[in-house]
Design a protein. Sequence first.
Lengths: 1066, 530
Amino acid sequence: MKSYATNACLGEWFKKGSLCLLALIISFFMLIPGTARAQQFEVTGKALTADTNTPLTGVNVIEVGTQNGTSTDVNGNFTLTVSSPDASLRFTYIGFEPQTAVLNGQNKLTIYMNEAVGELSEMVVTALGLERQQKSIGYAIDEVKTEQLIKATETNMANLLQGQVAGVNINAASGGPGSSSRVTIRGASSLAGNNQPLYVVDGIPIDNTNIGSAGEWGGFDGGDGLSNINSDDIESISVLKGAAAASLYGTRARDGVILITTKTGRGDQLDVRFNTTTTIDNALIDFTDYQNTYGQGTRGLKPQTVEEALQTGLSSWGAKLDGSQVIQFDRVTRRYSNVGNRLDEFYRSAVSTRNAISISGGQQNASYYFSTTYLGSESVVPNSSWKNLSMTLRGTTTIGKLTADVKANYINELANNRSWISDSPGNANYTITQLPPNVSARTLRDNYETEEGTEFLPTDGVFVDNPYWITNKFNTDDTKDRIIGLVKLDYNILDWLTLTGRTGLDWYSLRRTNLVPWGTAWRSGGQLTENQWRVMENNTDLILNASHTLTSDITLSGTIGGNRRYNKSEEVGNSGTEFKIPGLETISNLKNISPIYSFTEKQVNSIYGSFEFNYQDYLFLNATGRNDWSSTLPEGDNSFFYPSVSASFVFSEALSSNMPSELSFGKIRASWAEVGSDTDPYMLNLTYNIFDVSHQGQPLGAIAQSSVPLADLKPTSTKEVELGTDIRFFDDRIGFDFTWYNRNTTDQILSTTISQTSGFTSRVINAGELKNHGIELRLNTVPISKPSLIWRSSLNFARNWSKVESLAGDQQVLQLGPSRTFTAWITAEVGQEYGTIWGYKYLRDNQGNIVFENGLPVQDPERAILGKGTPDWNAGWTNTMNYKNFQLTFLIDAKWGGQVFSATNANAYANGLHKNTLEGRATCDENSAGGGYPTTGCFVADGVIVTERDPDTGEILSTRPNDVPVLPQTYYSTIAGQIAEEFIYDANFIKMRQIGLSYQLPERVIQKLPLSSAIVSIVGRNLFYIYNSVPNIDPESAINRGNAQGLELAGVPNSRSIGLSIDLRF
Amino acid sequence: MKRLNIFSNMKYLVATLLFAGLLTQCKDINDFGNMNQDPTQANNIDPGMEFTTVELGAAGSRFEMWRANLIYASAITQQLAQTWWAGNFYTKNEEWVTAFWNVAYAGNGITWLAQIKNVQDLINNLQSNLDNDPSLVNKLAVARIMRVFIYHRVTDLYGDAPYFNGGMGYIAQDYAPKYDKQSDIYTDMFKELDEAVNQLDPNQPTYGSADLIYNGDIDQWKRFANSLRLRLALRLVKIELQTAQQQAEAAIDPANGGVMNSNDDMAIVPHQDGPSTGPAGINTNANSEVFAVDRPYLSQTLVNWMNDFGDPRLEIYGEVNDPNNPVGLPNGYDASTIQNHSSWSGSFDTYIQLNTMLMDLDDPMIFQTYAEVEFMLAEAAVRWPGSNFGDAEEHYNNGVRAAMTYLTLYDATGAVIPNGQINTYLINNPFNNGGTDADKLEQINNQYWAAVFLNGIEAWANWRRSGFPVLEPSPVDDPNPWPGNQSNGEIPRRLLYPEVEGLLNQQNYDEAITNQGPNNFTTRVWWDAP
């Protein structure tokens, strides 16, 4: 009932909040000193592209020296009243070179706009969706243009940004198509928060929740909201990196904002476009660093019986592969020799297809845009796929002073068999990557089901599944129906004053089935969960925009607005175990059923303002402020305010007479900002959980929290300073953009561990401080610019340093997540970088020798920092070359300085599959004489035995070399189970991220066809590693998109994608 | 322009008026009603509902019963044996030794299992409402008795422990409570039981059917409180004999309602098969959840003792293959060293495994039996002949009889020992009237040990305070202690505090160590004087 009531409140908001807000805004503006404007001369004109004479919609037309301006309509026409017949007009448009025209008394103008040669466009989309001149902005903002987004079949739009923007770090969860992606901008700002940027589509924030993720005990990645965004609809992407850029979007923008602007109809001509792209994906890992000398078995022996074959199912501690006949788990005797790459047998070549059609057009004062895109993406894991259908309808119209923009986007997503990753149960990847060299995946494929219909296990352990049982019998399916809608009304109250009302809705329903079938070894009765989420975010804004010329040199402009954000999430479902009748996979056929229900809602009301001061178009000052009232904070103390100031000084214009002629543009910028953040709902009070089961007919209930709530929770504060410069030479042929930032987050809302004798395991506190500082560089060049050949190149680089200044009270280490091996954890430790890998090392003496006991290395009881899960720096190099009708683009990106803890390699040690486990076996073979290795051991590893310790301090005083022989498998299993240090790898790589080669059909061919243009492209993504420092696994492999980055275990391998794309325009 | 000028002149007035009007309107911007209250959770709870959960929580979950009750306590007291249980070898596993502690206080993260947190919350709520609503008095009294029951196991297992401020992280914002001395805890537990019994009022309502143990029967609650008081009294015989006697006398005082007088008075929590099954299923018996995946063997010590006396319970406790030569698994052997023991026949099949009759998910969890009470009375009669404890032999016979008959609670048809067999047993093994007091105490407490089968926690506490049964340290039949044992080969005398307490509650933890001794297996709790 609550949800209904809150929906009804939408209307009430306008009664309460908006009226109040509107009045506030208007009354505020009345206080701005007004001067009469002298407007005398009306100009009309038209803006066309220089090459094709196509009308351009939305070109900004500004009277130079003022903020008086307008933009062109759908036919490229504009009308503007200027102050004098001698005024100058400046025309700017994204992707085109700006132009200035002096009227000289003319009242009609036709402007031909040239496409920009340099990478940097003059106009950028900034907060609230406002297009602003880039030179006026006092903070770093990066623009990604549509043509940089290759026509590919990438299922998560975030992945397309990989390597494109300095300071943006992207990690995709290893769950195959439709998985979530972790995007962090300038590092993580909070110790335990979400740390992901806010995504804003056409001014409306969208939900990017990741529902379902894998952890140390396995699971699957349920995807996120961004995978629904159709890259074909995108006009441009702006990345607002810092707090200053973001403060107008509120608390969530603390971690940056990714602004996505989608296409609208343009011009008065019907424009029909069709794109089809098909790619073939192949797994991008191999067994290079695995051994293929020894086969299945134990102690140097081959299995003699089927029982032994089962016991050593994943154990490659057998004899040397000799081609003899040896029994396997399925009672069949096969040659004891290397079967080759078991990965290729299992992972398939997956086909993905994207088909997109868009129709746009318009008439006077109105335009429309319609698109529909279907993306079907197969996973390299058999029987697993992901499909997304997106339909968008958008219309704009202008009636007098009123402009309306209405958009509706419907998305249907269908995930079929999301892959389980990380721990072994339900994880096909786990088994397949640990198969002994003489066991073929085909034998598992042919034997995954017993005659009784239960799982045919390749081992005697129930928790290691037959991968084909999983791919054929499991169901981890979901379908999402999503509607993203927008209604925006602009009313030009006065020439210099516009009122905008905007409401946006992001609503989806996610329906998931998670079936572990009857007969699965580790859950023999089966298990089924059926649940459904309904998630919505609604944002309503009322914005008043004004710009006012004080004198011919000074322009003041400002924006003031109010926002109401409402989020709601509801989950309903049933879950249970043990099917009564095998094969009937429905809830009512379960013996034990529990209902699932959860509900959260949250509202934030805000008032914000932004004021700009422009002096002679070369000095720009900007100040913003925002006050939020959040429902998640204590009643009566739920308000918080945060300001920002920024400045931009275009010295190349201000001091133009003193500047060398080579300098075409130069500016410096500076900003300071603060962002406050609230928290999740229901954090303040102690409540009781009423159980879904009763006992002896009696209802049950108990305190719900295991964390002591904090009744007087305060908002978190992030403060950021940023300095930057943008310098270009030789008519923008070379451009250089540099940013330095320093960000500090305090009063974090953390859960800290407390003594369990308090009755609770943790408590919520306001404490902790996390600092980040770093640099971002971008070098834009146009190495070649000839009519027939243009080569644009852009190199970006970002380095972030983080430091955990403090945690709660005396706390030194905050655990963010463990590895399945429980030898390594991702942590935040005071004085260290955020996200360090912390775990067990070898115990060493003062000389650095590894200490042994009983022939085995000893674990140092003190855990230490072994690395960190995020890179020191990342870089990307984007290139576009146009030669006649050909265009070649390529992107190389790199990450450097981070580490990964690889549990896959630890398992390969324990199982004797890793190449390193060959050491010691040769000696054992000599001692074996065909009867297996002696139980007393045969391998003496390098190390020392302690002979004397200081009785008081325990310090090692003297040692002798280790002389105790052990079995190699005992030695390597001990390392796998106890020592994390051995499996920390530098996760450095340089990757050929994408290549695209396209050919535009020449005009003479097109004329014979019913087409206006046709482009054929060959596209490739994730092609190969130019350099990779991690053995056996993908350096980008990640269990989930959470804060515990740097852990890896048995994910779906990343895939190389190669395909063909055809673009037709009618 | 003129229009603008007029506008300009008017603006201050209009703005002022608007702002004034807004002061009333804008208050709504910070008012979210009850939006921040989770609609799926309750702000208040019915005391009965919370009490049921506390009783069920005290009956335990697979997690801590496996570790504390079975892996350690029942192996240490040589009731059960299993080749990998740490209690067989006196080795330490941090998670296992701390499981009971963490669950009792905080549920180890599973909130409903946090008996101390929830019973403290219940008592706090009842106490603060009692002035306005005197009808809550019985609910409060019964909750106080449950609190004593919960805490006595914690302090008996670990020694000094947060008691007065334990579980008060929310109520008192005490995130690192003081460790109270066990002597102070015992003093207060006696006081609590005394006050609670006197608080019980037959004219006021009870929890009724929400009370899983006694269905709201006030007289039975009095008898349980007094029986528990008797248990606590006898714990002190090594340290404060006089207090022990005083408290034991108070416990049996008819004016206080007396102690249990039949199997019907036993304190048990009934279980059922589902719907919430293991692991850590809400409805099912925690020990049985363990047995479903880890079926232990009867200890050689117990099997031999029972066999020597012709005990009819042997075939109910264990699945006896060969009644002529019943073989228990000796404590202190793993799957490989057992092959060197004289009992090894080449396979584990020879050893008696726990009887399936005692492994049902719906078997009751027993907190205290009437049999124990009779054995305690027998001991009191031996120790304090001048008091009103009655005749030791009579109590002994009642105890044996009760211990053999209560087994029908596990299986009403299979676990029946006919009266004739009990009589025969008592004739063959009569109370040792002619023996010394020490002989009598040994005989009584050996019976006590056999009667609390599957309640290793109680068996261990009673062994420590009475010294019976006389146990040979593990590995039995082998003079060499287990390599890697952490008690110098001695039988452990307590479980261990979580190491992390030394970080999270450092000062109080250090004080407890100073008071009690190092945090190891051989440090004795206060009442366990050498």
